[in-house]
Design a protein around this ligand. Structure first.
Ligand code: 13P
Ligand code: SF4
Length: 401
């Protein structure tokens, strides 16, 4: 291909608004929820951002507690009072009744859970309201209620226990609480599913089909045919009454767009590129990938496994890139590779950056609470039932080696 042909391919022949948005050359305010920042967002180029965040944090003192998920950028993580996976952060939110302001550097469903688990006088703040989760968006409460009606019509709702992954809306957690179920995270999915089978005969697991399948088959010893996938876009989930009766685990058709990128070929490829490499992946990866890996675990489990690994060992890690980059920095005596050759951050986690953090902290110092996440009392009451069931489980049990 000559240079002229190449240039032709690289240029959009007729620039469209969508192409400009993709290239970051314009904004669509109608679709960019929560990006308006009253009072103005500091410029990312401001050389004083770190000092400004530190000063605002110091001014707020014990009134402020900052939680940081492991997938957050380093520029944000440096200001977190505690870092963790979604389970640890839920525990930490519940364990800090003194702080007036909980700034949650993570995504929307995590901040909702923190609001549910904290006292009424505590205010939870998400620095960018557009920090959602594409997996959580794959299940809405109307679809879940319809699914439950379908299970009732098939005569199995009474023997089915819903388990919802933390990555779901407060409304779905409340649904789970009302129907005798529990929340789970990747740290305790095994224990939660075991618990559910002690309460009923079948489990409705949502919204991540991969975590549900990996847990049922790899941890609880069920077979792949014991699991069926309920597609909320099809009548009756695309399943017959016979299939629903035969199933032990009904998996919601949802997945993580970040962990879904890793394929079995990525595992083969990295084994060829790095002889002797150990592969460790998050249980949101597909069953095929998890089965090919050497280890599988929640983010906390991945961190502790790499920390305990012998000096000189080589690891390929299948999880979000901010965490993998940090593990590489923190473990210079080990070879740390990203499992996929093309890099991938969680784009919604990445929305929380230093300008947004500075903006919320300085607003608090000025007496203005911005981007508060508040779950309505009725939803919060039932969602807390399902969160408390999870927090009461012994554990966390790591999701398998
Ligand atoms: P953890 O439960 O491991 O924190 O995972 C949360 C998440 O969003 C993973 O994609
Ligand atoms: Fe959601 Fe996946 Fe991002 Fe986790 S990594 S917050 S599951 S989109």
């Amino acid at each position: 291909m000559n240079n002229g042909q190449m240039t032709e391919l690289l240029h959009e022949p007729q620039p469209t608004p969508l192409a400009l948005l993709l290239l970051g050359q314009a904004a669509d305010p109608a679709s960019e929820r929560g990006v308006e920042c009253p009072g103005g967002l500091p410029a990312a180029s401001d050389p004083d951002l770190v000092d400004r965040a530190a000063a605002a944090k110091a001014a707020l003192g014990d009134r402020l507690f900052i939680l940081g998920h492991h997938y957050q950028r380093n520029e944000v993580i440096q200001f977190a009072d505690v870092t963790g996976d979604s389970f640890k952060l839920a525990q930490q939110a519940a364990a800090h009744p003194v702080a007036e302001f909980i700034v949650f550097c993570g995504v929307h469903f995590m901040a909702e859970s923190a609001d549910i688990l904290t006292a009424d006088n505590q205010q939870v703040i998400l620095p960018d309201l557009a920090a959602g989760c594409s997996m959580a968006d794959m299940a809405n409460i109307v679809q879940v209620e319809q699914c439950w009606d379908d299970l009732a019509a098939a005569g199995i709702a009474a023997v089915t226990i819903p388990i919802t992954y933390m990555n779901s809306t407060a409304a779905i957690k409340a649904f789970t609480g009302r129907h005798g179920g529990s929340v789970c995270t990747s740290s305790n999915a095994e224990r939660s599913m075991q618990w559910a089978f002690e309460q009923g005969e079948k489990v409705l697991f949502l919204p991540d089909q991969h975590l549900g399948r990996n847990t049922a088959v790899r941890e609880l010893g069920l077979s792949l045919v014991d699991c069926v996938v309920f597609d909320p876009r099809k009548p009756s989930g695309g399943l017959t009454t016979e299939q629903l009766h035969a199933a032990k685990v009904i998996l919601w058709k949802g997945h993580c767009s970040v962990h879904g990128r890793f394929t079995a070929d990525c595992v083969d490829d990295v084994r060829n590129r790095i002889p002797g490499v150990s592969v460790i992946v998050h249980p949101e990866c597909t069953y095929e990938v998890v089965t090919k890996a050497d280890f599988v675990g929640s983010t906390e489990k991945i961190i502790s496994t790499i920390a305990a690994a012998p000096s000189g060992s080589a690891w390929a890690i299948g999880t979000e890139l901010n965490l993998v980059k940090r593990l590489a920095q923190d473990n210079p005596d080990k070879t740390i590779a990203y499992l996929d050759k093309s890099v991938c951050f969680c784009s919604t986690m990445n929305r929380i950056d230093l300008p947004h953090l500075v903006w919320v902290l300085e607003s608090l110092v000025a007496g203005q609470v911005v981007n508060r996440i508040e779950v309505d009392p009725e939803t919060a009451k039932w969602a807390k039932v399902s969160l408390d069931r999870m927090l009461a489980l012994p554990g966390p049990i790591a999701t398998a080696d």
